[in-house]
Design a binder for this molecule. Structure first.
Ligand SMILES: Cc1cc2nc3c(=O)[nH]c(=O)nc-3n(C[C@H](O)[C@H](O)[C@H](O)COP(=O)(O)OP(=O)(O)OC[C@H]3O[C@@H](n4cnc5c(N)ncnc54)[C@H](O)[C@@H]3O)c2cc1C
Length: 277
């Protein structure tokens, strides 16, 4: 029986595991190896890690985690999570094993759903971006298209001091890299730019919120308080998959995920200590 089972090895799960390891809680972290920022070569807007490759970031954290004897990591998916009548958890793993724990931290992130637009998925994270803070600076002074949406005007205002020409384009029907630049097609024609900002749909990357019957927000993310508590005792959630009520939307960023992971890890420790006090 582990003190905590952390499902997810992105920034949220890694930080939750570090926090638990530093408090000598027996912790199993599971990582199926599918990270939201997998297509990018460099992460940005992260102190001490600006421009670092996400895989390098993860390997640095894993090396740090190796210093903590109570931490175990398995590169393995979880398949289901069940809350048992005594309030502990049973987690079925992809290798057919089952592990149990006193608490579960869900850090499985979100999955971006690529639209049925030729070239979009291939360019996602390369020349097609979602976040001006993460990838705007790399387009300094260059040509940018923004796919029309209720947020398009807001994006123009944010990016104007950074990029060169901005074009708002109707729903995109094709994206293709050419020798002149990125050709962005729509029903009204095509523009050639250096980068496109667009917002594909997203969904929970794992089924555990549904399996556990967790309360969700309209955003499609798990309802949590600032400390990562979900609606089910003993289940914590941190990172992109969760949404704190005071925020207008989930705030996907590496630092925000790590911060949430730290608070969730600390909450596991605190709640167990309070129960025994
Ligand atoms: C294209 C793109 C570029 C981005 N660039 C930046 C950037 O430059 N700077 C920035 O701050 N943010 C950036 N982001 C946002 C950032 O990547 C996310 O906010 C961050 O990765 C969220 O961390 P997380 O730990 O919640 O989830 P993730 O990093 O997605 O990690 C999820 C983890 O859960 C695991 N998992 C999922 N299902 C299972 C399962 N069944 N069993 C076991 N493990 C499972 C995965 O394998 C993975 O380890 C970018 C996002 C995208 C899409």
């Amino acid at each position: 029986m582990y003190d905590a089972l952390v499902i997810g090895g992105g920034p949220a799960g890694l930080q939750a595991t570090l926090t638990l390891g530093r408090m000598h809680r027996s912790t199993l972290m599971l990582d199926s190896g599918t990270y939201r920022n997998a297509p990018v070569e460099a992460m940005h807007n992260i102190v001490t890690n600006d421009g670092r490759h996400p895989a390098e970031f993860r390997s640095i954290v894993r090396a740090e985690l190796a210093a903590y004897a109570t931490v175990e990591i398995r590169d393995l998916g979880a398949e289901s999570v069940e809350r048992l009548p005594d309030g502990t958890f049973s987690v079925a793993l992809a290798d057919g094993m089952t592990e149990t724990s006193r608490a579960v931290v869900l850090a499985t992130g979100l999955r971006d759903v690529m639209p049925d637009v030729p070239g979009f998925a291939e360019q996602w994270g390369r020349t097609v971006h979602v976040c001006p803070f993460c990838h705007g600076h790399e387009l300094s002074g260059r040509r940018v298209a923004i796919q029309d949406s209720p947020a398009a005007g807001h994006f123009v205002a944010m990016l104007s001091p950074v990029v060169g020409a901005i074009e708002i384009v109707p729903p995109v029907t094709g994206v293709q890299m050419t020798s002149e630049g990125l050709r962005v097609s729509s029903d009204t024609g095509a523009v050639v730019v250096d980068g496109l900002f667009a917002h594909p749909a997203y969904e929970q990357a794992a089924p555990f919120a549904a399996q556990l019957g967790l309360e969700m927000r309209e955003s499609g993310c798990i309802a949590v308080d600032l400390f990562g508590h979900t609606s089910v005792p003993g289940v914590y959630a941190a990172g992109d998959l969760a949404h704190v009520a005071d925020l207008p939307m989930p705030m996907p960023s590496v630092l925000a995920a790590a911060y949430a992971g730290q608070l969730a890890g600390a909450s596991v420790v605190r709640d167990a200590a309070m129960a025994h006090a």
